[in-house]
Design a protein around this ligand. Structure first.
Ligand code: MCF
Ligand code: FE
Length: 407
């Protein structure tokens, strides 16, 4: 048994001072050091240091590791110019992205305290790096393919990748999962089949949805900036689905929808009514000119959401603190403390519930995934710890996964 004490511990009841956790691979008990050292007289005891704050390990639910080679190659500013640049440079970027590079980005996440991430994989190329990672990984096999002619082949390739990720589960840190790329890029017939695969195998399910105004215009009336794009690359000028039809395809299975920046109130209410959740990627949304997620509406409707980095195809780092800071700045209206607390919850317990993992919370029975950060000085009040953590932290001081100290 091990005991770890921090000056502050983030528990389901909020921040608690001078709190100790007894743990092995799972959390055994949360109490004072006095009580727990009497209960476990042989335990190894560790104090995380002055101004330490212990959190459950952070969870980044949405990242594209395959695009890790991008820094200045892709065009930012508007969604369509970005997408055009992805089409142009995709092959080069994928080729430049080897295991070593992906592992270095996985390390970057780890040092920011991320102990679980959701990897969106278009080709399965990052499976090896994910198997070598210290973290838990939800491996989202992405289905993409809008043309009916190629749909079957693309679907079969997707199924093979799903199987490959299921077979590596002797590595119990990898959870196989399904991602639908988007309403504009996945044919409804294979979409339905992929949703069934997720449902029958009880796999987490995710989809990019209503990211840009261009996507909305295209799905609503087959117009706007997507029209010349589809004419040029796919020789078609009609969308394959509608917003409504796409949403309905997920009616019976709670799904993690990424972005939803352009969803209106009615659509958000619909997502809420079906128990769906949102991955919110503020820096990606800003860089691709997509706008701001109405986080206050999302909250009001009780939609669970997670803050996530997206890939380096639309971001400059995979550091979860950089993302939390961006969220704090982007959603500038409303009380700072309340938003900070909500953001911390979004990368811990809410993200864990969304992905269906037994992590994200400091309570007995949960996996022992911890992230310790150290504040530069004593916080003015216990109510400020979430804000101070977000604005002052670049790196975690200690990281534990399944009870093992990794950082
Ligand atoms: O989330 C961002 C922006 N929206 C959509 N797709 C992606 C994002 N980052 C990477 N992608 C990938 C996606 O997985 O880019 C490709 C897909 O493989 C776009 S379609 C040419
Ligand atoms: Fe994405």
């Amino acid at each position: 048994m091990n005991l770890i004490t921090a000056d502050y511990v983030y528990t389901p009841k909020g921040f608690v001072e001078n709190c100790t956790i007894a743990y092995s691979d799972k959390i055994e008990a949360v109490d004072t050091l006095q009580v727990l050292s009497e209960k476990y007289p042989d335990a190894d005891i560790h104090y995380a240091g002055k101004n330490s704050v212990l959190y459950p390990g952070f969870i980044n639910t949405h990242v594209h590791l395959e695009f890790s080679a991008n820094t200045t190659t892709l065009k930012y500013g508007t969604f369509m110019s970005w997408l055009d640049s992805v089409i142009e440079h995709r092959n080069d970027l994928l080729q430049e992205c080897d295991n070593e590079l992906m592992l270095s980005k996985i390390e970057e996440m780890l040092h920011s305290g991320v102990t679980t991430f959701g990897a969106i994989s278009s080709f399965g190329a990052e499976l090896e790096a994910c198997m070598q990672a210290s973290q838990r990984v939800v491996f989202f096999n992405e289905l993409i393919g809008s043309s009916a002619a190629y749909a079957d082949a693309l679907y079969n390739d997707f199924l093979e990748r799903v199987k490959a990720s299921q077979h590596c589960t002797e590595n119990d840190r990898i959870t196989p999962a399904v991602a639908i790329h988007s309403p504009y890029s996945v044919h409804p017939v294979i979409l339905q089949r992929a949703v069934q695969v997720a449902k029958q195998n009880n796999l987490p399910l995710s989809a990019h949805f209503l990211e840009s105004q261009a996507e909305r215009n295209w799905l609503e009336d087959g117009n706007g900036e997507f029209k010349p794009f589809f004419e040029k690359y796919f020789n078609t000028s009609t969308p394959i689905t509608t917003i409504r039809e796409f949403m309905h395809a997920f009616d019976t299975y709670p799904t993690h929808f990424t972005h939803c920046v352009q969803a209106n109130e009615e659509e958000l209410a619909y997502l809420s009514s079906k128990g769906h959740s949102i991955a919110h990627c503020p820096r990606s949304n800003r860089l691709l000119g997509c706008g701001r997620l109405a986080i206050e509406k999302v909250r009001e409707l009780g939609i669970p959401f997670s803050v996530a980095t997206d890939g380096l195809s639309s971001n400059w780092s995979l550091n979860i603190f950089d993302e939390l800071r961006a969220a704090l700045m982007m959603h500038h209206a409303g009380p700072l403390e309340q938003l900070s607390t909500l953001l911390i919850r979004s990368v811990t317990s809410d993200a864990a519930n969304i992905l269906g993992l037994n992590v994200g919370s400091i309570e007995a029975g949960k996996e022992s995934d911890f992230t310790v950060i150290t504040l530069p000085n004593t916080p003015s009040s216990i109510d400020d710890i979430a804000v101070q953590t977000i604005i002052h932290t670049q790196k975690a001081s200690e990281v534990y996964i399944a009870g093992k100290k990794i950082v």
